[in-house]
Design a protein around this ligand. Structure first.
Ligand SMILES: Nc1nc2c(ncn2[C@@H]2O[C@H](COP(=O)(O)OP(=O)(O)OP(=O)(O)O)[C@@H](O)[C@H]2O)c(=O)[nH]1
Length: 779
């Protein structure tokens, strides 16, 4: 099945499904969000209404108390001038009973039109008491008196809701208070004074807390500056009363929402910080109060965005799993459906391909030589059909197979049956549609065996199940026999070459690869181990990666190709231990059938290392002076000849020095011949250490020596000769003392031959001797 195609198709359907699911999610999300916010808005609106009603109810009770007190007729008998005691007493009694009955007023006072306290009732611990006259004070300059006396007749004035202060200290426990006041008028409408009651707002605030306790968000009661009076975080409340403590103001922290409350008395606002529901409440009961009302209270209900999100996801969690489940179910169903479709199509394609192959193979079989058979894939492979030429192959009549019961396995030589079965099973397991068997023997009617090379084509039914085989049986007996003969003759040749004691090998002239190698060669070059089939002659014997060339190791193949006859060369080879060996390589060409082209060569190697070593030693002896171990005259002549030839070719000059020890005869005569020998050896050692490596020192004869000094001019030669002469003179021979030598030298000239040069140097030496010895002459 084509996995790539399945993946492509699957993605083609899956992507739109994913897009559709995302779109559905988006719609559900938006709808849920709308629903959640609507619900929250409704809940907040209802709560805001409840709170507002509750607070207004409380304020209405206060207004009613205030009205009751104000309208008492006795009160009009009091003003700044006339304050009858009995009236005061009567009023005090009345007010005490009001204070105790209501239990919500901290103070009830009457201030005359000059601000002087006339009646003052204090309420504490459920008891009310009138303040004695002498303790009454003037409150003429207090803001509440000024505000109250100036309030239009019949209206109620109220102070901020703040904390009560006693003797300039905030009273503890905190005592939230609002002062309510109204004017008391004379009959002419002028003020007689004001009644001021201090309302203990604790009950009001507790009520606020109670009513808002079950709200999903945060309920806050704020003053006109945005300071909280009641909030979820009580530590933030009453900030305006404690200027030294950290300030928290809703007007700053929720600026946009606060701005909205300043423009509208009530409303709702939804922004990125959440849902706000607000309401302005005027304790004075003036519904027409200006939006900038300092004595008003603000109710603010806030549902933070996080809370909305939590609610949203709580709602979504009811539907999203279903959506995801649907998506995965669809994806799985889609995958399975596509998988099956793809598998079916692959199957159909396979069968089509198979049918095409079968019809092609059928054609092939009909036109091909050999025997064709159709076998069933059952035990022993019964023969369903076999072509009539089976008769020629196995001497069986084709009718013999007509019953369809003869099995093919019964004809296979039992020695090959297991392998044949194994090859068939392997091909079956691999799902191969065609394969070949390795050659096997089949036994005919007269027990005549034939070698078979078989090609097999699988036959499958519509479901791909293997039902049989077409087999194409080829008789390869002649080929097999020829192969066997070839192997035998190869083995024979190998045996023959292995009897040759010299390392021998057959080499391909193009690739230089070894086609045959005898045991002796393997022993010498490869420690008796078999070689890689592609190894070359130079890798084996020279241990290098390039063919032989040049004078030192001339390539026998190259020489044979030039001369087209046997050649012999001497090579330096390496044995398997890396030792150098000198080998006499005799190579003979092998021509192809036409006799024209050389295709291979036979090389036979003879180890001549000992002979070569001996020759080297002999040559050394022939070239060396026995006493001083330097070149003798014969070798010197050869070197001099080479130098002259080289100088005439290259124009490179060399110097020739001849020197002779002075009065050497005397040394012999005086100290004996052995001591004379010692002096000669010492002198040679001395001068050998003074000349360059490229210089050649040789014994010319007796106590006469020669030096060839290449690349030198006359000046340099002169200085060299002098330095040598000095060295000889300064050397102290043990038991003899110092001796001297005379030198003659010259630089070779272009016209020189060996005789002219020798003659010039000899003359120079003669002159040195003539002039008294121990001197040098350079011509
Ligand atoms: N010890 C020793 N003496 C040798 C050897 N070859 C030659 N002689 C001696 O060297 C001497 C050479 O003597 P002369 O030819 O008269 O020369 P000379 O005595 O050196 O005198 P001048 O060359 O004229 O200074 C002979 O006595 C030789 O026998 C040698 O190999 N060993």
């Amino acid at each position: 099945m084509n996995i790539g195609r399945f993946n492509r198709y699957y993605l083609l359907f899956l992507i739109p499904l994913a897009v559709l699911t995302s779109l559905t999610f988006w719609i559900i999300h938006n709808q849920t969000m709308d629903r959640v916010t609507s619900e929250l808005k409704l809940e907040s609106n209802i709560l805001a209404g409840q709170v507002r009603d509750q607070l207004n109810l409380s304020f209405a009770e206060i207004h009613s108390d205030l009205k009751l007190l104000t309208e008492h007729y006795k009160l009009h008998q009091l003003d700044s001038l006339i304050k009858p005691r009995n009236v005061i007493n009567e009023l005090q009694e009345l007010w005490i009973s009001v204070a105790e009955q209501r239990a919500r007023y901290d103070q009830i006072r009457f201030l005359d039109d000059q601000g002087q306290e006339t009646i003052r009732i204090n309420y504490s611990n459920q008891k009310a008491a009138a303040t004695p006259e002498q303790k009454l004070q003037s409150k003429r300059h207090r803001y509440y008196f000024i505000e109250a006396i100036n309030t239009p007749s019949g209206e109620i004035w109220n102070s901020l809701l703040d904390l009560n202060i006693e003797r300039k200290q905030i009273e503890l426990p905190l005592k939230p208070t609002i002062r309510f006041s109204t004017r008391v008028n004379r009959h002419d409408g002028q003020p007689d004074g004001v009644i001021i009651i201090n309302y203990l707002a604790k009950n009001l605030l507790d009520k606020f807390r109670r009513v808002t306790a079950s709200y999903s968000g945060h309920a806050l009661l704020l003053n006109w500056q945005g300071y909280s009076l009641v909030s979820p975080n009580a530590a933030n409340d009453w900030g305006f009363m404690f200027p030294d403590s950290p300030q928290s103001r809703v007007s700053l922290e929720h600026e946009t929402a606060w701005q909205a409350t300043q423009n509208n008395k009530q409303g709702q606002l939804l922004n990125q910080m959440g849902l706000y529901t607000y309401n302005q409440i005027d304790p004075s009961g003036n519904n027409e109060a200006a939006s900038k009302c300092n004595s008003c209270l603000w109710l603010m209900l806030h549902v933070p965005n996080q809370l909305i999100e939590v609610k949203l996801w709580r709602e979504l969690s009811k539907t999203i799993p279903l959506l995801l489940l649907s998506f995965f179910l669809f994806a799985i169903i889609l995958g399975v459906a596509l998988w099956h479709r793809e598998k079916r199509q692959a199957h159909e394609r396979q069968i089509q391909e198979l049918n095409r192959n079968i019809s092609y193979e059928h054609e092939l079989f009909l036109n091909s030589p050999g025997v064709i058979a159709k076998l069933r894939n059952e035990i022993g492979w019964p023969i369903e059909f076999i072509s009539s030429n089976i008769e020629e192959l196995l001497d069986y009549d084709a009718d013999y197979f007509a019953s369809g019961k003869v099995t093919y396995s019964s004809m296979i030589d039992s020695r090959y049956l297991e392998k044949y079965t194994q090859e068939t099973l392997e091909a079956e397991n691999k799902g191969s549609n065609s394969f070949s068997h390795s050659p096997y023997l089949i036994v005919g009617r007269n027990k005549r065996s034939r070698w078979i090379q078989e090609t097999v084509h699988a036959i499958r039914d519509k479901l791909g199940k293997l039902t049989g085989f077409y087999v194409h049986i080829n008789d390869v007996t002649p080929l097999k026999e020829a192969e066997e003969r070839l192997t035998q003759s190869r083995d024979y040749i190998q045996k023959v070459v292995d009897t040759i004691p010299d390392p021998t090998m057959v080499i391909d002239i193009d690739s230089h690869e070894l086609k045959l190698i005898n045991q002796s060669a393997l022993d010498l070059y490869n420690n008796g181990q078999a070689i890689d089939p592609e190894i070359t002659c130079y890798r084996l014997s020279h241990k290098r990666s390039n063919p032989c060339r040049g004078q030192l190791d001339p390539c026998p193949i190259k020489q044979i190709m030039e001369k087209r006859t046997a050649v012999s060369v001497v090579h330096k080879h390496y044995d398997h231990q890396g030792n150098v060996i000198h080998v006499d390589v005799r190579a003979t060409p092998i021509f192809d059938d036409s006799g024209e082209n050389i295709v291979q060569i036979i090389e036979s190697h003879r180890d001549i290392t000992e002979t070569v070593e001996m020759e080297k030693q002999l040559q050394h002896i022939a070239e060396t002076d026995r006493l001083t171990q330097i070149y003798n005259r014969m070798k010197f002549d050869e070197e001099l000849k080479n130098q002259i030839a080289w100088a005439s070719l290259t124009n490179n000059r060399f110097g020739l020095i001849m020197f002779d020890l002075d009065h050497f005869k005397k040394i012999n005569d005086t100290y004996g011949h052995d001591m004379g020998d010692k002096v000669l050896i010492n002198t040679v050692d001395l001068l050998n250490g003074r000349i360059r490596k490229s210089d050649v020192l040789a014994r010319w004869g007796g106590e006469e020596f020669m030096i060839i000094a290449p690349l030198i001019d006359t000046k340099e030669l002169r200085s060299l000769v002098e330095s040598l002469r000095n060295a000889v003179q300064q050397y102290e021979h043990e038991g003899v003392g110092s001796i001297t030598a005379s030198f003659g030298a010259s630089v070779v000239r272009p016209s020189d031959n060996i005789h002219s040069l020798l003659k010039r140097v000899d003359s120079a030496l003669y002159e040195s001797k003539q002039k008294g010895r121990n001197r040098s002459t350079v011509f």
